[in-house]
Design a protein around this ligand. Structure first.
Ligand SMILES: *Cc1c(COP(=O)(O)O)cnc(C)c1O
Length: 382
């Protein structure tokens, strides 16, 4: 990589790698809606593209930027975070063993439990960050994937990626990190030993709540990665070119949005700990958080836009506070420019591991005093 410019990641993102269209010299890339590409008279594809389910030129700049920001060798965009995550498991053979955390993005966990109940995989869930439990669960030669989500949604439980990778690699397993809550601004899992990084690009990577997208970034272009490429092309879980273009535009401001939201989230988390209506606050930036030491080691430049807190008044207080907030929109999802609140347990339904008095906040880029005032008026009557 000696001939690559050594610009800061924020500079690379702002300029989307600085690429300029060779024909028109436009600094904003065009959108390629074409589903198909012309062959030459000898049947070859001189443009390097065949059919949009396999490759679309609109993806290439966004994938190249993600590859650079995560420090990997290649990246692929998908039609959603779930499409990216499920593709990883599609590369497994029947009966392969998977270890995943107890606390993680709910829909991926339901998917894994469903695969396991149909005999497609063997699944063990281990408490987040519990190294002894992980080592006990690993089955050398049989465990193929150790799934990590850190901080985990919504409890912000932390996992040490390097320690996990050490144990997983010794057992012949690969480590996949759902790094949606960090983005490459706050953590680069490949530097800590991860084999694959997964993002719901719907969240802070795009950042404007107007695109559903996912991404995988690989540390190595190996046989497993070839399976991922094959699976995306065969199953067709691809992104539309317009969405890929919007995602690239969103990522240009990533390094402004993520630190801003993190600073505000830190301040709101600290303030919530002083509120009598609040019984517990979960945020990795709080020194009292169980995973703070790991977060301080593994994350840099902030602790993220997501935090959760529990209310002394129980589930009904959580419903009332969420309903009284005005600036925090009562909506699912996270990582947009506007702040959101969600009463999480009813969303996940029966079997959820989330306490029923927990509210999850996604902190946007509004003025933090306004957000705090909104929380203050909503908590006042509890
Ligand atoms: C939203 C989310 C996903 C799923 O991504 P979609 O783009 O909604 O399919 C996966 N993991 C985490 C941590 C998420 O927040």
């Amino acid at each position: 990589m000696a001939d690559e410019p050594r610009d800061h990641p924020a500079t690379l993102a702002a300029q989307a790698l600085g690429l300029v269209d060779p024909t028109t010299r436009s600094i904003v890339p065009p959108i390629y809606p074409s589903a198909t590409y012309e062959r030459a008279s000898d049947g070859s594809y001189p443009g390097g593209h065949t059919y949009t389910r396999d490759q679309n030129p609109t993806y290439e700049q966004a994938e190249a930027l993600l590859t650079r920001l995560e420090g990997g060798q290649d990246a692929l965009l998908f039609s959603s975070g779930m499409a990216a995550a499920t593709t990883v498991f599609e590369t497994l053979d029947t009966g392969d063993h998977v270890v995943a955390p107890v606390q993680m993005y709910w829909t991926i966990q339901r998917w894994l439990e469903d695969l396991a109940s149909r005999g497609r995989i063997v699944l063990d869930l281990v408490p987040n960050g519990d190294q002894a439990a992980l080592e006990a669960a690993l089955r050398p030669g049989r465990t193929k994937i150790v799934w990590v989500e850190t901080p985990a949604n919504p409890s912000c439980a932390m996992t040490d990626i390097a320690a996990t990778a050490g144990a997983a690699h010794a057992a012949g397993a690969r480590v996949v990190v759902d790094s949606t809550l960090c983005t490459p601004v706050l953590c680069r899992p490949i530097e800590h030993g991860a084999d694959l990084v997964m993002h719901s690009a719907t969240k802070q990577l795009n950042g404007h709540a107007d695109v559903l997208a996912g991404a995988l970034i690989t540390a190595q272009r190996d046989a497993q990665w070839e399976r991922v490429i094959h699976d995306r092309g065969y199953r067709g879980a691809v992104l539309g070119p317009f969405e890929a273009w919007l995602l690239l535009r969103g990522m240009r401001t990533l390094f402004l949005r993520v630190p801003h939201s993190s600073i505000s989230a830190q301040r709101i988390a600290e303030w919530l700990t002083t509120q009598s209506a609040v019984s517990e606050v979960f945020y990795p930036g709080l020194p009292t958080h169980a995973g703070h030491a790991i977060a301080a080691r593994q994350m840099s430049g902030g602790f993220g836009m997501l935090l959760s807190f529990r209310l002394r008044g129980g589930a009904s207080a959580a419903t009332h506070v969420a309903g009284r907030l005005r600036l925090f929109k009562n909506a699912t999802s996270l990582g947009g420019v506007e702040s959101l609140v969600e009463h999480r347990a009813p969303v996940e339904g029966p079997g959820t591991r989330v306490p029923d008095d927990l509210l999850r906040l996604s902190v946007g880029i509004e003025v933090v005093e306004d957000l705090q005032a909104d929380l203050e008026q909503a908590l006042e009557r509890e």
